[in-house]
Design a binder for this molecule. Structure first.
Ligand SMILES: [Zn+2]
Length: 120
């Protein structure tokens, strides 16, 4: 009697060929979008994962836990935000420096005028 235990009983997604990128898996090199599935295995029942198995070539193109992908995505976003904040901070500092320079020049002119006025 043949057992059906080999049917979809995924504990962890198989490593996909398309998993080099971080975060949420993008469209596969073959053009197929990743599919979100629930694990049916005993080890992680209900844990979600991205997958893309191609029947044509019998390979797993994408295989990645959803929560791990989300954590990576969040980290990437945080780093991007920190980067952007730093850029904005620097540009703000630069503008302030320019303003201070302008004020300095104006004050110097004022001092000069004042000095000239006193000499008269
Ligand atoms: Zn693919």
């Amino acid at each position: 009697m043949s057992s059906s235990s080999s049917s979809r009983s995924v504990d962890r997604p198989s490593v996909g060929r398309n998993d080099s990128g971080r975060g949420i898996p993008k469209k596969c090199y073959c053009g197929a979008p990743p599919i979100l599935r629930n694990s049916m295995g005993r080890e992680y029942p209900g844990r979600r994962y991205y997958t893309r198995e191609m029947v044509e070539d019998g390979g797993v193109h994408i295989g990645k836990w959803w929560d791990e992908a989300m954590m990576q995505e969040a980290t990437m976003l945080r780093l991007e935000l920190e980067d952007e904040t730093e850029r904005m901070r620097r540009s703000k500092m630069e503008k302030m420096r320019e303003k201070i320079q302008t004020h300095k020049e104006e004050i110097e002119i004022l001092f000069e005028l004042h000095a000239q006025h006193r000499m008269l």
